[in-house]
Design a protein around this ligand. Structure first.
Ligand code: CP3
Length: 349
């Protein structure tokens, strides 16, 4: 059973070994573009679903059963670990995540708790056990994930999504010691959470630093983000599973992103994949990088753009097909079905 999993195309690609076909999964693959997901969400809030292991497990399996992706990702969100640290989180319909008591002072940061994951995120660890009981015999790996310190700090400080990250960057620039304390606390909580996800059965771990590159240039990334992501990846070496280091807007400094660690580097859609891979280095696997809006167009155009991504890989081992960022709720399920089948069938070796 373990062999079936270890020999899966997804895990082989993480290790840059030869594959039968290029593995594909899609960021946000369990979600609103699926009618099965919307049916569950019509009856339960987002946080209720996340906190009910049976529901989270069911949603995780929905895209695998409908489209046959090569890996599943556990259904949760990056923000719930903040709750046990002392932040009041809600997902508000039409608005997205809101934190009602955002942090702004050193005293706020001192007060933040660093609870162990079994206390803080036990429901997701249980969901991972339920999903892997189902997927391991089928040879389908499950990806666990967490948010990276900067992306989480931006929500904790701004109180929600942000465009310019004004408060976050003001704190970061003006109070470097407070920033260091905050980023360390976040790194400790996320590293612990990720390790426990591997112990619960996750076969790979993805760190989402979704807003790093949209907020910070190269020097600030190196100074204010990299040390903390590095802390996490160093800690995760003990987990003995491949790690995926994902960010967006970092195309011009992907070498610095790669320097944080990660078995696989996630690439967004703002850079051609061959250029990205050269910057990252061929000693790493890469994941990406179809522009998610392409899935809103007619199939012929989708196919053209998928061929472009695959052409840039040029048969090299160590590519995991994905979007450059999460799938949109408006994507037709038929396009997803065709995409998964197309990548799996047209990359057979
Ligand atoms: O990938 C998966 O299928 C696993 C589930 C997953 C969700 N969020 C579910 C979700 C993952 C991996 C995430 C990560 C996440 N969450 C990120 C990083 C990845 C990225 O896309 O950049 C970020 C920044 C968040 C924070 C977040 N969660 C926002 C900004 C929002 C509101 C905007 C939106 O897309 O709805 C969410 C809500 C959220 N997370 C939903 C889902 C399925 C929608 C909830 C709903 O209305 O049903």
């Amino acid at each position: 059973m373990t062999n079936l999993l270890q020999n899966s195309n997804f895990l082989r690609a993480c290790r840059r070994e030869a594959v039968d076909h290029t593995p594909i999964w899609l960021m946000r693959q369990a979600g609103r573009y699926m009618p099965e997901y919307r049916a569950i969400r019509a009856k339960h809030t987002m946080l209720d679903v996340i906190r009910t292991p049976e529901l989270a497990a069911e949603i995780t399996l929905q895209p695998i059963n409908a489209f046959g992706m090569d890996a599943a990702i556990i259904f949760s969100d990056i923000l719930p670990p903040l709750v046990g640290m002392g932040l009041e989180l809600e997902f508000v319909k039409g608005e997205g995540p809101v934190i009602y008591n955002p942090i702004s002072t050193t005293a706020d940061i001192e007060k933040l708790q660093t609870p162990p994951a079994e206390e803080n995120m036990g429901f997701t660890l249980e969901a991972i056990r339920l999903v892997t009981a189902e997927l391991t015999p089928r040879g389908v790996p499950l990806i666990g994930f967490a948010g990276a310190p900067f992306t989480l700090a931006s929500y904790a400080i701004e109180g929600g999504s942000s465009k310019n990250y004004e408060k976050t960057k003001a704190l970061m620039y003006q109070f470097p010691e407070a920033w260091d304390m905050l980023m360390r606390k976040l790194a400790i909580v996320q590293a612990d959470y990720l390790r426990k996800q591997a112990q619960a059965g996750a076969s790979a771990l993805q760190l989402f630093d979704s807003w790093a590159g949209l907020a910070l240039g190269t020097q600030d990334y190196v100074r204010y983000i990299r040390p903390y992501n590095q802390l996490i990846f160093t800690e995760l070496e003990k987990a003995n599973v491949p790690t995926i280091n994902f960010s967006t807007g970092t195309a011009h400094y992907l070498d610095e992103v790669a320097a944080c660690g990660g078995t696989v580097i996630g690439v967004d859609w703002r850079i051609p994949l061959d250029v990205a891979w050269e910057k990252v280095g061929y000693d790493r696997a890469v994941q990406g990088n179809l522009d998610p809006t392409v899935l809103l167009t007619e199939w012929e155009f989708v196919q053209e753009r998928v061929d472009d991504v695959l052409g840039r890989v040029n048969g090299r081992s160590g590519h995991i097909f994905n979007l450059g960022h999460g799938i949109f709720p408006t994507v037709p399920t038929d396009t997803v079905k065709r995409l998964v089948a197309y990548v799996q069938e047209n990359t057979q070796r």
